[in-house]
Design a protein around this ligand. Structure first.
Ligand code: FMN
Length: 212
């Protein structure tokens, strides 16, 4: 396989600054809806980058579960590596890789735990198997064997039987409040469009064009 020769020419209708919505949330919603036509249920998969107190980064995929003007919400285990790092350093980055559309959206900001009530309302919407899974996974810790995990699974299934599965106190959501958005559209000859939004003190947004 020759990676040197593996490339795609990007072409899309040119976007001018005036075409971009002054409100990045509305702009995101528009691109999200367009991406949904192609990506369906995978549209909300995003990369989440965190960094520990020493600045060492780590990265993984999580699912965006809601967004509005207050921020972008995902759910996870509060004992996981990502959660530990957010505890040390709340600054995170999110990246939506809508590659087939030659687009990416990058959001940076601070992450904060959502309320237990908000986590609960999502938790109860999940399939029973996912609820049980949340109880047994000590996410990011080292397992002695797959078998050990499966025996915990059997134990938990027995414990909750057909009854109500409560929200684990070590599981819930984070809301990322955006400070910057970058909307990237691939263009011909690598002269891509990049629109960089920054929050102003008065709550409005400034849009700048970045060099590709
Ligand atoms: C498509 C996809 C979606 C995922 N969604 C989530 C998610 O919403 N929450 C989550 O905690 N992990 C999710 N994961 C697993 C994470 O990528 C990761 O393995 C896990 O959260 C542990 O990360 P950490 O050790 O860096 O904390 C997803 C993985 C994939 C491939």
């Amino acid at each position: 396989m020759k990676l040197f020769d593996m490339r795609r020419e990007y072409q899309a209708p040119k976007i001018s600054l005036e075409d971009m919505n002054p409100d990045p949330f509305t702009q995101f919603e528009q691109w999200f809806q367009e991406a949904q036509e192609l990506y369906g249920d995978h549209t909300n998969a995003m990369s989440l980058a965190t960094a520990n107190a020493q600045g060492a980064p780590s990265l993984r995929t999580v699912l965006l579960k809601s967004f509005d003007r207050s921020g972008f919400v995902f759910f996870t285990n509060y004992g996981s590596r990502k959660a530990r790092e957010i505890g040390e350093n709340p600054q995170v980055a999110l990246l939506f890789p809508w590659i087939e559309m030659h687009r990416q959206v990058i959001i940076t900001g601070a992450a904060k735990k959502v309320s237990a009530a908000e986590s609960l309302s999502y938790f109860i919407s999940r399939p029973r198997g996912s609820q049980l899974g949340a109880w047994i996974s000590q996410q990011s810790s080292v397992l002695t064997s797959r078998q050990a995990l499966m025996s915990q699974w059997e134990h938990m299934k027995e414990k909750f039987k057909d009854g109500h599965i409560p929200l684990p106190d070590f599981w819930g959501g984070y809301r990322v409040t955006p400070e910057h958005f970058e909307f990237w559209q691939g263009q011909e000859n690598r002269l891509h469009d990049r629109f960089y939004y920054s929050t102003r003190d008065d709550g409005g947004w400034v849009i700048e064009i970045l060099s590709p």
